[in-house]
Design a protein around this ligand. Structure first.
Ligand code: AMP
Ligand code: MG
Length: 418
């Protein structure tokens, strides 16, 4: 058993990175259909199997002509070219009605938009058959309104880099290239558990002194939105014997596969801090990080008799502490491996006076809007409603104890869903 650690935020971030990264960096990959690829991380560079556009095509509804044939009087109109058709070669001195996305006929090199033609409406089939002529401007730059082959993507170009998290636009690009399946990183598998005799699952009747377990849902969704696959063990109770047994059996189910076991609760200085009691002797270090909320922390490689070693992170139980801890310590490591967008940091004007603890980074929750940051709720770590209404963190450094209204501060945007 090691003595309790005392770490700065940066030191604990480094410790968590060192604990998790090696396992996460060796995740295998798997092919998934485009339909199932949203939010997954591309395992290797994706090379364009073909050029886009695959051929020169019109950017406008108009007339395909050769620029050399303009300025010599009205042009004979030939059969129109719709998107999805191929057209015969265009003879010099003629003009082919062409629709947006239709391939440019051989012999043409420019498009005159219909709006610039006289008349400015396309002739009917009947009119064309009767020898319809159109007046077009005397000149048009070669290539005007033509989308040339490969102007979007060259065949063989790397279009999405390995490590990119696939969102709607990347998937749209792959679909546009005709790609049907992609090789993505296997999702990190996490075993998640809550601890506390007072906790019951949402939906269950509350007995005296009981509350509902918020953290299983909160942390499960944090992990899922960060690209992990989560198994939940539910609530483990505060007796050492029960906790050990439940943990061992939850692990035994798929012990080889977990990249992380994440717990909440049971690690502070109380009398029933079961996670600390049981796991301090099995490879997990406990201590405090100079941060509020989220001061008590535990982390290490769990080595229970009869199970394979697995990274274990023990978060404090208050829901806000657990969430802040996830954002500060876990998400950055997952973000680096799984290509999650990094949290945006921006300057804001503090709308009201705040004070803070000396010697700790205080993380206040609130709303960032129109350049201002408005704290919601107080510093207390049980304020779940204020957290849910917040979209930003304000990190107050350990040397700052007061912040007047109107102060320029740096805030971190923590939007849901990413
Ligand atoms: P602990 O870290 O176990 O001492 O818990 C600190 C506080 O957080 C206590 O008020 C607990 O009741 C509360 N808490 C712990 N775990 C959860 C949970 N999963 N959901 C809601 N509240 C919790
Ligand atoms: Mg507890």
């Amino acid at each position: 058993m090691t003595s309790p650690f005392r770490r700065s935020v940066a030191e604990h971030q480094d410790a968590i990175e060192a604990l998790l990264s090696p396992g996460l960096r060796t995740l295998g990959s798997e092919p998934v259909a485009l339909d199932d690829a949203l939010g997954r991380t591309l395992a290797s560079d994706l090379v364009a199997p073909r050029a886009l556009p695959p051929w020169d095509n019109s950017q406008m509804d108009g007339y395909a002509v050769h620029s050399g044939g303009l300025g010599t009087g009205p042009l004979q109109v030939v059969a129109p070219i719709a998107a999805g058709q191929t057209a015969p070669a265009l003879e010099r001195g003629t003009a082919a009605p062409i629709m947006t996305g239709a391939p440019m006929p051989v012999g043409s090199n420019t498009v005159v938009p219909i709006e610039a033609a006289v008349p400015d409406a396309f002739p009917t089939e009947h009119q064309i058959a009767a020898g319809f002529k159109v007046k077009l401007p005397g000149s048009s730059a070669e290539g005007a309104y033509v989308r040339t082959l490969g102007s979007d993507i060259a065949e063989g170009a790397v279009v999405v880099k390995a490590g990119t998290r696939l969102g709607p636009t990347a998937l749209g690009l792959l679909a546009g290239l005709g790609v049907e399946t992609v090789e993505v990183l296997a999702a990190p598998r996490v075993l998640l558990l809550s601890t506390g005799d007072e906790l019951v699952a949402p939906g269950a009747q509350l007995g005296p002194g009981q509350i509902h377990d918020a953290n299983t849902t909160l942390l499960r969704e944090c992990l899922r939105t960060a690209g992990c696959q989560v198994d939940t063990a539910g609530v483990l109770d505060d007796s050492s014997e029960h906790f050990s047994r439940s943990l061992a059996s939850a692990l035994a189910a798929r012990e080889q596969e977990y990249q992380l076991v994440l717990s909440s609760g049971g690690i502070s200085k109380g009398a029933f801090d079961v996670v600390k009691e049981v796991l301090a002797g099995h490879g997990i270090g406990f201590g405090s990080v100079a941060m509020q909320p989220g001061g008590p922390q535990g982390a290490g490689t769990l080595a229970l008799p009869g199970t394979s070693p697995v990274p274990f992170i023990a978060l404090p139980g208050n829901p806000v502490s657990a969430y802040v801890s996830f954002e500060m310590f876990l998400r950055p490591v997952l973000a680096a491996v799984l290509g999650l967008p990094t949290r945006i940091q921006t300057t804001a004007t503090l709308t009201e006076y705040l004070d803070s603890l000396e010697g700790k980074v205080q993380i206040r929750r609130g709303t960032f809007a129109n350049g201002g940051f408005t704290p919601l709720g107080g510093a207390s770590s049980h304020l779940l409603a204020a957290l849910a209404a917040s979209n930003a963190f304000l990190l107050i450094d350990e040397n700052t104890t007061t912040l007047p209204a109107g102060s320029d501060v740096q805030v971190l945007i923590i939007g849901d869903g990413s």
